[in-house]
Design a protein around this ligand. Structure first.
Ligand code: BG6
Length: 461
């Protein structure tokens, strides 16, 4: 025991890793899969495409055996909508459904609960082309059909679901929901209309899950950036509060309380861009709140009144190579704040650090920086739990390496090194990094042993 008197992390806590279909599976045109907006994305010079990824589609048994060896009891991935409905609508593709049957069976046979995201930025391309993605209620209807199809099919295999990955990005990145702003009368109005449609799709999926899967649990998920005032000037403090309202609270408020918060409503009314709401929308949101809240947490930023539109770096913190501030205490602040506002169980479904890594002559990677990052975040999670926050699971981002969201393979996240480069696929062989054994020990001790050699922790803050 490193702090307090009893064990902080309860038995049955969920430990594991998290990925998406498109960043791991590959097999982009196999098994009857249709193209998604990810497949159509231009590949940046010196980056990877998503065609093969880490070939999880063909190698999942090998990977799951490694996850079992680490002691995972949970693994988050997403279903590729375009594997199930190649055109986003119409008839379901049996081969696609079977792939996830086999995958979930393999996880369960190895004591690993599938935690499944319905939508992780990979809309079937046809829905983007036909309806401009989630800017249209037609896409919402197709999403509901897709959700109902997979709930029925996997009702005995999957308990924990997430509707949309990082739903709060819909305002800043509507293209992840297949929406082009080109030609819009008001870009801001279209962003909020899309956000509203996605809220409705979320609520419809919550309703469907509860109808189809007794005991099924649905999350609303946000990528949580803890935001500090850049100075102690009250105007900066207010700017930080307002940035948090728009980036995080708005979404959690709707997930948890089932209605738009007054600070958003008044702002939209003032600007004259209240989204079109159909009859029944308000009731649907109110009656279908989330069962738990989920976050991805990587970093924190600061806000100032002077640059209200732009978050800035925190001079007190170090960053990784990609400029993401390393801030474990920010995770504790986030957890305490969320629990105080919502009193709902929290599932951390992404946390991790991207690092440039190479296999050494011993066939491993000495990824001490990853171990330090994860250890400190788990410690801060434990401190938040000690203070009463109800966290029931912790998943790292990545398990094997995978393609980063921007298309780079050199920004690695896994405990398991995958031997490939950006465009050179090499042999895709798997190698255990140093963090593999470390995480194994963390899970085996249910979060008690966080040091590699279980000695005194110097990380207590
Ligand atoms: C999250 C996304 O925002 O961050 C993932 O859910 C993504 O899809 C992860 O890969 C890490 O970000 P990046 O850009 O380093 O891949």
């Amino acid at each position: 025991m490193q702090h307090g008197s009893g064990k902080i992390i309860p038995e049955g806590f969920l430990w594991g890793g998290a990925v998406t279909s498109f960043q791991t599976e590959g097999a982009w045109n196999e098994g009857g899969k249709g193209p998604s907006i990810v497949d159509a994305r231009p590949v940046k010079e010196g980056s990877s495409d998503w065609k093969t990824a880490v070939d999880f589609y063909h190698r999942y048994k090998e990977d799951i055996a490694l996850f079992k060896e680490m002691g995972f009891n949970a693994y988050r991935t997403s279903i590729s909508w375009a594997r199930i409905f190649p055109d986003g609508e119409g008839e379901a593709n049996e081969e696609g459904l079977q792939f996830y049957d086999h995958l979930f069976d393999e996880m369960l046979a190895n004591g690993i609960q599938p935690v499944i995201t319905l939508y992780h930025f990979d809309l079937p391309l046809a829905l983007a082309e036909k309806y401009n993605g989630f800017s249209s209620r037609k896409t919402v209807d197709s999403f509901e059909k897709y959700a109902r199809t997979v709930f029925k099919r996997y009702q005995h295999k999957v308990k924990y679901w997430l509707t949309f990955n990082e739903q709060n990005l819909v305002l800043t990145n509507p293209e992840f929901w297949g929406v082009s702003l080109e030609g819009a009368e008001s870009e801001e109005a279209l962003r909020y209309q899309t956000a509203h449609n996605v809220f409705i799709a979320h609520a419809k999926a919550v309703k469907a899950l509860h109808e189809i899967v007794p005991g099924g649990k649905m999350a609303g998920m946000v990528t949580y950036t803890t935001i500090y005032p850049h100075t102690t000037n009250p105007r900066d403090v207010l700017a930080a509060m307002k940035a948090k309202e728009l980036l995080c609270d708005f979404f959690f408020d709707v997930f948890a309380f089932g209605e738009y918060p007054s600070y958003v409503k008044s702002d939209l009314a003032k600007k004259g861009i209240m989204p079109v709401m159909e009859e029944g929308d308000a009731g649907l949101l109110k009656e279908n709140t989330a069962d738990y809240l989920s976050i991805s947490y990587y970093q924190s930023q600061t806000a100032s009144a002077e640059k209200a539109e732009q978050l800035t770096a925190n001079p007190c913190l170090q960053t990784n190579e990609w400029g993401w501030a390393i801030d474990p205490v920010g995770l504790r602040i986030c957890l305490k704040d969320m629990y105080a506002r919502y009193r709902l169980p929290i599932f951390i479904t992404e946390n991790g650090i991207g690092l440039r890594e190479q296999l050494n002559e011993n066939g491993t990677v000495e990824d001490d920086a990853r171990i330090d990052y994860l250890r400190e975040h788990i410690q801060q999670m434990k401190l938040a739990m000690e203070e009463g926050v109800d966290v029931f699971g912790y998943l790292t981002w990545g398990s094997t390496d995978l393609i980063s969201s921007g298309g780079s393979f050199e920004k690695r996240y896994g405990f398991i090194y995958v031997n490939r480069g950006e465009s050179d696929l090499r042999d895709l062989k798997r190698y255990k990094k140093k963090s593999f054994d470390w995480y194994k020990q963390v899970i085996a001790s249910n979060g008690e042993k966080l040091d590699l050699q279980p000695a005194v922790s110097s990380q207590q803050k």
